[in-house]
Design a protein around this ligand. Structure first.
Ligand SMILES: O=C(CO)COP(=O)(O)O
Length: 255
């Protein structure tokens, strides 16, 4: 019932020139994607236009990495949901741990941004995950439950179907460390149960839960083979057309 979603989070990499090169490579390798797999790249704002233009004749979609929760106005430096939607995006990453860590993102602002994304028909990819200390002290399940619950506050039973959750253990982001397939599966199952409790089991079964944290061609098959892992939110490996395409191919083969 669920389709794999393979999403590249470029983070603060690739202005328009570098984006063009990366997209060219990606287009050469993967302009067409199996119908059971969705593929998405999330460039920085300044490269979104370039990506939308380059990819309009491919199966690859484009998303943003953040949005502001106000509609418009005097918010210097911010970008609104309507601007992102108008630029041709259909997804937006919300609450990435780097935003929580460096830019004061809280569970409350994650919730506000998610509402705004849904209002503009942008599917929010809501990121949750624990630090190494939180895992070591055994609080990771409660922490992630609280993050998911707060992020989804007041989101209707219709809108929830457009939400994507990304489980990104902070200790595995950009470190080369990966959660084992078992660790990923346990947490994804936990997240699905939390959503089941908030909505219904049927709804939880329909929500995509992505894994993020050093996913690469070498570990993608094992991770994506877990029953509750519905795709990946990929950082480093999405900056290399070859690696990103390989992960897409792995998802195609598994679907
Ligand atoms: O943060 C991530 C994706 O959002 C993961 O990044 P890496 O794949 O570089 O570990």
């Amino acid at each position: 019932m669920r389709r794999f979603l393979i999403a590249g989070n470029w983070k603060m990499n690739c202005g328009p020139y570098d984006a063009a090169e990366l997209l060219e490579g990606l287009k050469e390798k993967k302009a067409e994607v199996d119908e059971n797999v969705d593929v998405l790249v999330c460039p920085p704002f300044v490269s979104i236009g370039m990506a939308v233009n380059y990819l309009h004749d491919t199966d690859i979609q484009v998303g943003a990495q953040n949005l502001h929760f106000e509609e418009n106005g005097a918010y210097t430096g911010e970008v609104s949901g309507s601007m992102i939607a108008e630029s041709g995006c259909n997804y937006v990453i919300i609450g990435h741990s780097e935003r929580r860590q460096y830019f004061g993102e809280t569970d409350t602002t994650v919730n506000k941004r998610s509402h705004k994304a849904l209002e503009h028909k942008l599917a929010p990819i809501i990121c949750v995950g624990e630090s190494l200390d939180q895992r070591k002290s055994g609080e990771h399940y409660d922490l992630v439950k609280n993050q998911v619950t707060a992020a989804l506050f007041d989101i209707s039973k219709e809108d929830i179907l457009d939400v994507v959750i990304a489980y990104e253990p902070i200790w595995a982001i950009g470190t080369g460390e990966t959660a084992s397939p078992e660790q990923a599966q346990e947490m994804h199952e936990h997240i699905r149960k939390v959503i089941g409790g908030l909505y219904s089991e049927d709804t939880a079964d329909r929500i995509n839960i992505l894994y993020g944290g050093s996913m690469k061609p070498a570990n993608a098959k094992e991770l994506l083979s877990q029953p509750d892992v519905d795709g990946g939110l990929i950082g480093g490996a999405s900056l290399d057309a070859e690696s990103f395409s390989e992960i897409i191919t792995i998802a195609e083969e598994l679907s």
